[in-house]
Design a protein around this ligand. Sequence first.
Ligand code: SAM
Length: 327
Amino acid sequence: MLKDKFERIHDYLRISITDKCNLRCSYCNPVDLPKGYFSGRTRMTAEEIEKIASIFVSQGINKIRITGGEPLVRKDIRNILERLAKFPVELAMTTNGVFVHEFIDTFKSIGLKSVNVSLDSLNSKSFFKITGRDEFERVKKNIDLLLNHDFYVKINMVVIKGENENEIIDFIRWTKTNPVHIRFIEFMPFAGNSWSSNKIFSYAEIMDLIASKFDFEKLQDNVHDTAKKFTVKDHIGTFAVISSMTQPFCNGCNRLRLTTDGKMKNCLFSKHETDILGALRSGKDILTLIQQCVLKKEEMLGGQFKPSVQNIDASAIKNRSMIDIGG
Ligand code: SAM
């Protein structure tokens, strides 16, 4: 069992399988990322991902999320999914949705039930402005495709003040006749993403805005949920807020992360990384390293800041960019 010094048991692993992405979302990619960027980092092979995952699973990990970069741009993604699907875990994926139509059969054959799709706008022009790519129609069609094939679809919408908070109501309207589960995410600071506290559209602001137009009710949250869930009366979909910045949920955290270059992070905001891939390649004992990494987990937000957002100095936070960590 992977328990930290605050008695939190970790049973959820997020594996980033690539740091490449076909979109250029401003909040995720470092602003100075050159065209055709490739980090050149060593990457875990499919076999190494399976080997490392097996050790986590032997310690009680029962959920694995594949993320990136964009996981569906990795050429051997099918091979990776098939290897991970053999474990007794709930397998999930976060994707930008652009290539989903090419993988529906694979998703079904490996038993994937739930797919998170990132979508920050329901308007093709502002989608282009945020992502730098003209892929809105394809993503929207692919979300419909997932719904038609009965996948449980969560939509991740990063809310950035002055950019897309004016679309929150449209996202709620979408839940009226579509079984989509919208998650409004507070904008978080990462290397090179031009974060500042006045760009956060907070949990409180999101709820006030929605309350001005809709009657909604609270849904039951689970102990490890990052999202506070709600539903509008008579809507078949739901909405939730991931209040990472103003009301973090570190108390119930059960997550660990593996970057595409095989570094373990015990928190999205941890500055410390443990080189699991290097250890695997040189025949060292990985399990002890994993346990030590869990024990180093800080109580809150990687020990790097407090949820008093006005006082955060983003330049003092030591971390990678989100595309490089794996969201
Ligand atoms: N490419 C995939 C995708 O687009 O979903 C997976 C990787 S992406 C890094 C995972 C999630 O992180 C996305 O839902 C994205 O919106 C979220 N994300 C990235 N940067 C963020 C930030 N600065 N604040 C909040 N969420 C962020």
